[in-house]
Design a protein. Structure first.
Length: 169
């Protein structure tokens, strides 16, 4: 499927995920994701071979958003890591399989991860998917982290904002 400049599409195979969830207001998201990814990496490091120790396109981390942020109600947010093996859930960590899907995405540098550029990427993708495809309601929009954000330079590609979709019939 062709996408306008800046928006790309890719097929994502079925993946096994470990995750932690929280009902949050927008100002709480960054701290939640930092705690969530720390917990998930501690969990996977305790199980050698469960995933790569590095965040890459092949072994990304995700921040999933199950709604939009408003002033009067929290939104469900999920921090996820892709697993290479199987493991049982533990404590606050859930383990599940996400089905294969197509996603439209906008690559972002570390500099563009800040508001309002991040919001603009979500808006651009949402408009494109609404015009060109059908949003998958069963798989939420996400940030796909493909590099260590903390160790990256301002102009390094670190994240893709992505919307799972299905082609219109």
């Amino acid at each position: 499927m062709d996408a306008p400049t800046g928006i790309e599409t890719r097929y994502v195979p079925e993946r096994r995920l470990a995750s932690v969830r929280g009902e949050l207001f927008q100002p709480e998201v960054a701290a939640f994701l930092e705690r969530g990814f720390t917990l998930l990496f501690e969990f996977t490091n305790a199980h050698p071979g469960l995933r790569s120790r590095h965040t890459t396109l092949e072994s990304p981390t995700y921040a999933l958003y199950y709604g939009t942020f408003g002033f009067d109600a929290p939104t469900l947010v999920e921090a996820c890591v892709v697993l290479d093996g199987d493991v049982e859930p533990h404590g606050d960590i859930a383990v599940r399989t996400e089905p294969a899907h197509w996603e439209a995405y906008v690559p972002l540098t570390k500099r563009r991860l800040a508001l309002p550029a991040l919001t603009a990427a979500y808006d651009e993708l949402g408009e494109w998917v609404s015009r060109s495809a059908r949003m998958l309601t069963s798989i939420p929009p996400r940030e796909v982290y493909i590099a260590d954000v903390m160790g990256a330079g301002a102009d390094d590609h670190v994240c893709d904002v992505a919307f799972p979709f299905e082609q219109r019939r």
